[in-house]
Write a protein that binds this ligand. Structure first.
Ligand code: ADP
Length: 253
């Protein structure tokens, strides 16, 4: 894992607004993600979570305001290997990939090494990453033959192989059964304990609040940002989902 010196926040978003044409998706949001945070991004469908996440990672440019990654403007940030991004429905896209699990994870190493020939150390890093996420024995399998949960682990392993110190996951367990989901989130807990900063979008608020230590609650604007306990004690959930929303209800069927 690349060292962070701890003085700069991992992500600093200041007064950010972004619109798709006329449609304002994110409005005047400011928030900071510190080294070691495990942040849950919560909000109803269409509330701007994915857009905000992509702004944070420099994948979208704000119309106004600024975003910094590890202390550098996101627009010029070029250490992409420090970030592992698992986009929404990555598990579906894996269906079409005619490559092995080991090859997918090795791609992370190319990003890290910035060269086309891999050393013994690179191969070892790939094996360690596979081991860490518990799929070493699946290395030679086609990624398309894996279950959704196993495939997500392969994508996480790819980020680990590139020594990412920020993982951003957009609804990573859609289509994954409840037991695999719990194990997957257990893995994220472990990675976070090892110092990796995590941003997670997960629609099940009850599941999410069991794992994250900070919550940002958005519905175009930011309604709440703070530790999980202060979020659960706040009115933010009722404000954005309506007063009848219980913590154990799901906003998707
Ligand atoms: P969430 O992740 O919370 O579901 P999104 O960030 O995906 O929300 O979307 C926020 C709003 O922006 C929604 O109203 C959505 O319809 C709109 N939107 C998202 N992506 C696009 C796009 N590529 N073009 C136009 N509108 C978009």
């Amino acid at each position: 894992m690349a060292a962070t010196d701890g003085s700069d926040p991992v992500v600093a978003v200041e007064d950010v607004t972004f619109a798709y044409g006329e449609k304002v998706a994110v409005e005047d949001v400011s928030l900071t993600i510190e080294d070691g945070d495990f942040l849950g991004l919560i909000g109803p469908n269409g509330s701007g979570k994915t857009t905000l996440l992509q702004l944070m990672l420099g994948l979208n440019r704000p119309d106004s305001g600024s975003v910094e990654l590890f202390g550098e403007p996101a627009s010029t940030f070029d250490a992409g290997e420090r970030i592992g991004y698992v986009a929404q429905r990555s598990t579906d896209r894996g269906e079409a990939m005619p490559v092995t699990v080991r090859e997918v994870v090795t791609m992370g190493r190319f990003a890290h090494a910035g060269r086309s020939r891999l050393t013994a150390e690179d191969h070892e890093a790939v094996t360690t990453a596979l081991e860490t996420v518990g799929i070493r024995s699946l290395g030679d399998r086609r990624i398309s033959d894996l279950s959704g949960g196993q495939r997500q682990r392969a994508f996480i392993a790819r980020a680990l192989a590139s020594e990412a110190d920020l993982l951003a996951l957009d609804e990573p367990t859609v289509g994954v059964d409840a037991e695999s989901r719990d194990r997957f989130y257990g893995l994220l807990d472990d990675l976070n304990r090892r110092g990796i900063t995590i941003i997670l979008i997960e629609h099940d608020v009850g599941v999410l609040t069991k794992h994250v230590n900070k919550v940002a609650c958005v519905n175009r604007t930011l309604y709440h940002h703070g530790d999980t306990v202060s979020f659960l004690e706040s009115d933010a959930l009722a404000e954005i989902y309506g007063p009848s929303h219980g913590i154990l209800e799901h906003d998707h069927p």
